[in-house]
Design a protein around this ligand. Sequence first.
Ligand SMILES: *[C@@H]1O[C@H](CO)[C@@H](O)[C@H](O)[C@H]1NC(C)=O
Ligand SMILES: *[C@@H]1O[C@H](CO)[C@@H](O)[C@H](O)[C@H]1NC(C)=O
Ligand SMILES: *[C@@H]1O[C@H](CO)[C@@H](O)[C@H](O)[C@H]1NC(C)=O
Ligand SMILES: *[C@@H]1O[C@H](CO)[C@@H](O)[C@H](O)[C@H]1NC(C)=O
Ligand SMILES: *[C@@H]1O[C@H](CO)[C@@H](O)[C@H](O)[C@H]1NC(C)=O
Ligand SMILES: *[C@@H]1O[C@H](CO)[C@@H](O)[C@H](O)[C@H]1NC(C)=O
Length: 518
Amino acid sequence: MGISSKNTESFGRPLNWLVFQLMTSLLITTVSKTCETEGWLDLLESSEENDSSNLVAGSAPRPLFAASPKHSTKTLDKNPFIQAVESKYFVDKTPMIIFFHQQTKPILVTAPRYFGKTTNLYMLRNFYEILVDESGVEVDKNHTENRALFAGLVKRKRASKKTIFRDEKWCDEQMATHPVLHYSFENLTISRVMNFLKSFQQLTARVCKEHSYLLKSDRLSPANITLLRSYCDASASGVTRQGLCASGRDMSALLAAFFGRPSLVLLDELDAPILRLLTNSIPDAEMREILAILKEFSTELFINNPAVVDRAFLTGNTELSTIVAPSNAVHLRFTQDEEITPFFGFSEWEMDNLIRDSELHDRDIRKYYDGYRGQNSSEWVYNPYSLRHHLIRQYNGVYWSSALPLETFTALYKNSEFVREIFENATKTDATEKEIKVLGPHIFPVEEKMAMLREMLAKAKPVTSIAQKAVFVDFLYQLGYLTDKTQSRTKPDRDFLVIIPNKEVTEIFRQYCQKMKA
Ligand SMILES: *[C@@H]1O[C@H](CO)[C@@H](O)[C@H](O)[C@H]1NC(C)=O
Ligand SMILES: *[C@@H]1O[C@H](CO)[C@@H](O)[C@H](O)[C@H]1NC(C)=O
Ligand SMILES: *[C@@H]1O[C@H](CO)[C@@H](O)[C@H](O)[C@H]1NC(C)=O
Ligand SMILES: *[C@@H]1O[C@H](CO)[C@@H](O)[C@H](O)[C@H]1NC(C)=O
Ligand SMILES: *[C@@H]1O[C@H](CO)[C@@H](O)[C@H](O)[C@H]1NC(C)=O
Ligand SMILES: *[C@@H]1O[C@H](CO)[C@@H](O)[C@H](O)[C@H]1NC(C)=O
């Protein structure tokens, strides 16, 4: 069975971040007007962690380690979800937990960068994770920081009407019920297979070490402990490719043996290495080897696993994520799958509430930051990252950046008239000129699309055929540079019409074209 799919220009981030820090610390002391907001979590995605860690040492969000014996390291262990909850611009997306809870298969959500994937992933972790002390003894789940965090949402009256904590009984039953395996592919190196294996081993070792309390357990056999020890050692030379691919599966088995419960598996930034492969000159054979290893890892973990993985949340920017996702994953796309879009974007209503909260009345922000739209929906969706940064700085600027900046396409811009036209049309003022019509059919297997994109990006093959145009435009769409103009994509083999979503993205194109002409 295949993947089911229903088918910077920023003004110096460190400064933003500092302003953000100052603002939040000032604003936290002011009385914030209470209002029912429904929906959106304020965003801090992984790249922002990097920015913040550059500036304020010690305040970078880090995962709440399962094995962490302390539960009061308030400043050190703030992951993006906790930061969001504590932010003035928090919008409650906890109803996503209920949606997620109802799923019976791994969920792969793809959305452009900075649309809340990592934040929501941490929300799930904070909700479901069984916290243990360093010797593996479960912390009383009524008295964990996680419990206080979610309970606090209701008390602060900042929660959605549908917030899960209105149903305390359900939460009592469901909170802290799973050990968590949390991987992020964000920083995997792909320059050569050897380097990749090294960085993948470091990643798996880091995840195993979060569960190092298992080493002391008498519920595991000596053979289990030996295995675990080898996985925890990032420099172990004895770990084979096969062992690496089996490590997720084995970890979930050991956790099941220890807790008597299935794991929650979180795989963040699934396509980060794939997007890097698109522009890298690594030989094709090595590229295929890297993809095969990642695919085998997820197949072992989700398909060939006798220990049950009860729930799984996977994220990525584009559909290329499906190349390494397990075959039983259900792929849901931002704007194209309406049931998940509200969890990853700001509605008009949510924006209104935030503005009311912050006493800003700048109607221009609509032009700048909304405009993302689902196929069947007449409702606009705001870019939540940019909106929040606008509220902090009170300035209509460019805050968002895509996972692949326009510079990635420079060779194409230079030698492909079609690409140059798209970029230059994007800067025009007349809306109809910004429309891009692409002729169908554009259905190919995703591996084939990746090969086409790699030809264009790594080898600067001009975009000329109808198929290439369709694949290229769809890729820009997935990266967040374009959105649906019409509802034409309900039939995937028809023409589709896309458009630049808003003024912020127009400005990104404008600045880029200016640079190219200079
Ligand atoms: C990726 O690397 C950056 C820079 O070192 C770091 O700040 C970030 O936390 C890393 N992300 C993950 C998921 O480890
Ligand atoms: C993290 O920050 C460093 C230093 O500014 C930068 O070189 C690196 O590219 C950043 N990494 C990511 C993933 O943004
Ligand atoms: C936790 O709280 C629930 C009710 O909120 C109660 O039924 C349960 O006994 C408590 N558990 C412990 C270990 O105190
Ligand atoms: C753990 O040890 C038991 C008994 O030796 C064995 O049956 C099981 O396969 C081991 N689990 C893993 C994940 O290796
Ligand atoms: C959009 O509407 C069409 C026709 O009603 C339906 O077949 C399709 O599944 C819908 N798409 C989404 C994403 O809801
Ligand atoms: C750019 O705009 C012109 C004029 O509206 C239009 O004819 C052309 O098709 C557009 N190019 C693309 C690639 O959409």
